[in-house]
Design a protein around this ligand. Structure first.
Ligand code: FMN
Length: 279
């Protein structure tokens, strides 16, 4: 199932409703349980135009919207508990640069500061991870720094990759670490792992090429990628001050919006998984 289908965030925006995670949670709390014999579009709490929007999307046979609408319908029929968008979610933001004054590490730190209520972000870097070497692996096993990073990822609800761009592609140092991780227990670390991707570069296109280059890798690893928003910080040297603080207000807003959407995605994904388990 495509991950872009989990965007309650977008559906609520289309319906003209507040779409922060808290607002979505409160809407669900207020309006459920919706009786099973009432179609979602016929629910008494919609305005005429909202009901019309839901009916139209169904008639247009638009698979993306139908999936989201069905998820909302399902969530509204639960009596309690399944959806709790205010449950704290832990995110590991992994910077793909080793530089002491890295803009990407600074972006991860800005995300930590701007995280919405209910989201706690830990920043991690790739320091200490050696170059992948099959002989080293055979002789000494998986390096301690890789195992430590693995634990951090497993302990988080979601992973946020913060990528630089080198020669229009993925930096080798970042890919190297992911390759090491894939040698430990790739399935547990990556399969279905809720993952976001953002990045900062000094060029004019803000990691658009490296983010695109990550896609086949992330697909191979089987992560569940958030695609409901994106964040590309171009000309990073103009956006951060000398202490590495994000000073560009527009980027602050875009990062905040990204994180809100990501948070909704994390909760929606958990909700779907909880429902799948209970079926
Ligand atoms: C080997 C190398 C290749 C680079 N290639 C690109 C590029 O293709 N596009 C771009 O916007 N910036 C490129 N840059 C500049 C980076 O955006 C800049 O060094 C940035 O600061 C790296 O991220 P960091 O600050 O997190 O280390 C390159 C830098 C290096 C070292």
């Amino acid at each position: 199932m495509s991950d872009s289908l989990f965007r309650f965030h977008d559906l609520f925006a289309q319906l003209g409703l507040p779409n922060t995670p808290e607002a979505i949670a409160s809407f669900l709390e207020q309006h459920r349980p919706l009786p099973n014999d009432v179609l979602l579009a016929d629910a008494p709490f919609w305005s005429e135009s909202q009901a019309e929007f839901i009916r139209e999307k169904r008639l247009q046979d638009s698979p993306e919207w139908i999936q989201i609408i069905d998820q909302l319908s399902e969530a509204l029929r639960q009596t309690s508990g399944v959806v709790n968008l205010s449950t704290p979610c832990r995110v590991l933001a992994l910077s793909g640069s080793l530089r002491h004054t890295s803009y990407n590490t600074a972006l991860a730190q800005a995300a930590q500061t701007l995280a919405p209520q209910g989201m706690a972000i830990e920043v991690a870097t790739l320091h200490g991870i050696p170059l992948y070497d099959g002989d080293l692996e055979s002789k000494e096993g998986i390096p301690a720094a890789v195992l430590a990073l693995k634990e951090k990822i497993l302990n988080a609800d979601a992973l946020l990759l913060v990528t630089p761009e080198y020669n229009n592609g993925v930096p080798g140092v970042f890919k190297n670490s992911i390759d090491w991780l894939s040698r430990t227990d790739s399935k547990a670390i990556f399969s279905g792992r809720i993952t976001g991707l953002i990045g900062a570069s000094m060029g004019g296109f803000g990691t658009v090429s490296s983010q695109a280059a990550w896609l086949p890798i992330l697909k191979m690893l089987g992560v569940s990628l958030y695609s409901g928003g994106s964040l590309l910080v171009s000309r990073a040297q103009n956006s951060f001050d000398e202490q590495g603080k994000l000073q560009d207000e527009n980027i602050q807003k875009m990062l905040t919006t990204y994180l809100q959407g990501f948070q909704t995605f994390v909760h929606a994904s958990h909700m779907v998984r909880t429902q799948e388990k209970s079926n």
